[in-house]
Design a protein around this ligand. Structure first.
Ligand SMILES: [Zn+2]
Length: 293
């Protein structure tokens, strides 16, 4: 009540004002206890309080024809019988779980779709299911950058962000460049473990290709690639090592190569291809000694 209205009111009037305030407060509590169904001030509340959480998704109303209580879905507007003495809440609960317009169901919707699977050298189209999975989207994003050899910064570019806003739900948080970098490394470790296990189980023979060169920044790098044929006669090429080295000396390069093969658990070498740098004579000698031990 505003102060202006209290001008000229005596003590007795003030106590009446206080009583009116208490009555309004009591009525407000009554209104709240009526579960948002309305109710008149000063009257006793009718019926039983709605305790089921399902009423967060429905609004109750009386059917004007049958005078029975019904419930209308807040999302799709579907009307269900909700007469307290005749209908339980299980139908309403069932509807909320599968209501296509319920926002919490959107992420769980499963759709049929055509999926492409790589079978050997062929891509096979098959019928599969699809549902939104934030983790799978982030993983596919990191894999996309690897396959297309894009830079990490793609995820921070305006066009990509705009595309995500249109294509993905607003709850999807685009990973930062740092997050993508971490995911790259996780994928690398995962593939490395799988390849190591494959080498161990198959005990196959590999051919190696090796090269060493110096970058513009005067850093020397060595790369080691393995070629092998799997049980289905498919040729594979895998980079086993790509690392900076301290020198071009044959013995040191040979030691590094042998350590690398040990790390991968590779013992059976079919051939080594290298360029005609004189340091490679030393490298081959060290490799021969290690293999023939
Ligand atoms: Zn609905």
């Amino acid at each position: 009540m505003e102060i202006d209205h209290l001008d000229g009111i005596n003590q007795a009037d003030m106590s009446n004002v206080a009583n009116i305030d208490v009555t309004i407060a009591n009525n407000a509590i009554e209104l709240l206890n009526n579960d948002g169904e309305g109710g008149n001030f000063g009257k006793k509340r009718k019926g039983v309080q709605k305790r089921s959480k399902v009423w967060l998704h429905f609004i109750a109303f009386d059917d004007p024809v049958t005078s029975q209580q019904k419930a209308r879905c807040n999302y799709c507007g579907k009307v269900l019988c909700a007469e307290p003495r005749r209908n339980g809440t299980s139908t309403m609960n069932g509807h909320i779980e599968c209501c296509l317009k319920n926002p919490s169901n959107l992420k769980n919707n499963t759709l049929l779709k055509y999926v492409s699977k790589i079978d050997g050298s062929k891509t096979v189209i098959d019928l599969g299911t699809w549902k939104f999975d934030e983790g799978a989207v982030k993983r596919a994003l990191a894999e996309m950058l690897i396959i297309d050899e894009d830079s990490f910064s793609l995820v921070e570019k305006l066009g990509f962000k705009r595309f995500c806003e249109v294509a993905l739900p607003p709850t999807f948080k685009i990973p930062s460049r740092r997050t993508i970098t971490r995911q790259y490394y996780d994928i690398y470790v995962e593939h490395r473990i799988a390849l190591k296990n494959y080498f161990k189980e198959s005990n196959l023979r590999v051919s190696l290709t090796n090269d060493t060169w110096t970058s513009l920044q005067r850093i020397t790098y060595m790369s080691l690639t393995a070629h092998f044929i799997d049980a289905k006669w498919k040729l594979h090429k895998k980079i086993l090592c790509f690392c900076p080295v301290d020198s071009h000396k044959g013995d040191e390069l040979g030691d590094l190569l042998v350590r690398c093969l040990k790390d991968w658990g590779l013992k059976k070498i079919y051939a080594l291809t290298a360029d005609n740098a004189s340091a490679n004579d030393g490298l081959v000698r060290v490799l021969k000694d290690a293999v023939n031990k």
